[in-house]
Design a protein around this ligand. Structure first.
Ligand code: ATP
Ligand code: MG
Length: 359
């Protein structure tokens, strides 16, 4: 068979403010199922302050780090998909009466102009129709309206070009997470009401999916950076040492008790915000829609004891998100220890990597 370029998979490139992650997948058949296998994978921490509050400040440094990730891990596929998040991306769920495609395009523009808190001219607008549950009569269309600020898009796309990669698509963090969740946890996706919390450096993405239907998308200004800054201030240590504390590595002249106290209050603050988001969701949903499971992703998810603290505070079964649960990798190419340790940080990159050219 001639392989058409369109079917080629893209490299999922997660340009986080703390680290760059890249994943390339290849299709893999297992027991009749079409699944994926990791072909190439890479991770590199960025220089501090290269990306601040969601803006790439030092695009040369970020482009160099992207190149390094590709070169060091021999990723030769230059076709990438990235994702963006934060307050320059707005996602709104709207309902419209069923209509023809042309009419729909006009309605979407009207809705975007009235629902997005930015001037329409400054944004790129896209939409997706949410598939109704089977056997329901379709009188209305549930639509996800997505608007992203053009300056955010050019900030990221220029950097990717500077790294000499071909930008094939721009996704939104929470949609990439949803993708990875659906592939890796199909039984949860279909049968349960699950919250996925991706704890990054500057941003925490929250996604709630009830039996296959997306319920809530939120990007909260929470993450490891705020905790390291607090640790640095309260313990009078450098940011580098604060980073060590976060990773449970020893730091000179600081007692475990001191660390415990400061970490505890930071984790409580984080949990306060997550709890508020969950309560907001449970309050607006009239039906019984209690969250049944929490999956923790992102680099900060590895913070020791965090899973237990989530369970205790929110009284919901919590576990670490494993993006390699049903995406396989060769033990000879990728150390399972490394894969397990780094896994939660690859939630978004794996979700992006399932995108095909032209899709
Ligand atoms: N082993 C660890 N234990 C605890 N925290 C960790 C560990 N490893 C990394 N972190 C923290 O996780 C955060 C990075 O997570 P992640 O890679 O998901 O963020 P990012 O995607 O680069 O950032 P963002 O999406 O917020 O821009 C950092 O704050 C880092 O200090
Ligand atoms: Mg991230």
């Amino acid at each position: 068979m001639i392989s058409l370029k369109k079917d080629k998979l893209l490299v999922g490139l997660d340009v986080g403010s703390y680290a760059i992650k890249a994943v390339e997948l290849s299709p893999k058949k297992r027991e009749g199922e079409n699944l994926y296998e990791v072909k190439k994978i890479g991770y590199e921490v960025l220089p501090h302050d290269a990306i601040v509050e969601g803006t790439i400040i030092d695009s040369a440094a970020v482009a160099e780090t992207i190149k390094l990730v590709f070169d060091e891990n021999k990723i030769s596929n230059k076709n990438v998909v990235i994702s963006i998040s934060g307050n320059s991306v707005i996602i709104k769920k709207i309902s419209l009466p069923s209509m023809e495609t042309e009419e729909l395009a006009e309605s979407i523009i009207w809705e975007a102009k009235h629902n997005i808190p930015y001037p329409y001219e400054e944004t790129n607008v896209d939409y997706a129709i949410i598939k109704p549950p089977e056997a329901t009569e379709q009188k209305t269309l549930d639509i996800l309206l997505v608007a992203a600020k053009k300056d955010k898009i050019s900030n990221y796309s220029n950097t990717v070009l500077q790294a000499k990669k071909n930008l094939e698509a721009i996704e939104v963090d929470v949609f990439a997470l949803q993708n990875s969740f659906e592939i890796n946890y199909p039984e949860y996706f279909q049968q349960k009401n699950v919250a996925i919390v991706n704890l990054g450096a500057n941003i925490t993405n929250v996604l709630i999916i009830a039996r296959g239907a997306p319920q809530l998308f939120r990007d909260l200004a929470l993450g490891g950076v705020f905790i390291t800054e607090n640790l640095s201030k309260d313990l009078n240590i450098s940011i580098e040492d604060a980073e060590k504390v976060l990773k449970d590595l020893p730091v000179k002249d600081i007692s475990p008790e001191q660390i415990k106290t400061v970490l505890h209050s930071n984790i409580q603050n984080l949990l306060d915000e997550i709890e508020k988001t969950f309560s907001f969701y449970e309050a607006i949903e009239k039906e019984e829609k209690k969250i049944e499971n929490i999956l923790l992703a992102g680099g900060l998810a590895k913070l020791s004891d965090l899973v237990a603290q989530f369970e205790q505070r929110l009284a919901v079964k919590t576990e670490l998100f494993n993006p390699f649960r049903r995406i396989f990798y060769d033990d000879k190419k990728l150390d399972p220890m490394y894969a397990e340790d780094m896994a939660p940080a690859f939630a978004i990159a794996t979700g992006l990597a399932t995108r095909k050219m032209g899709k």
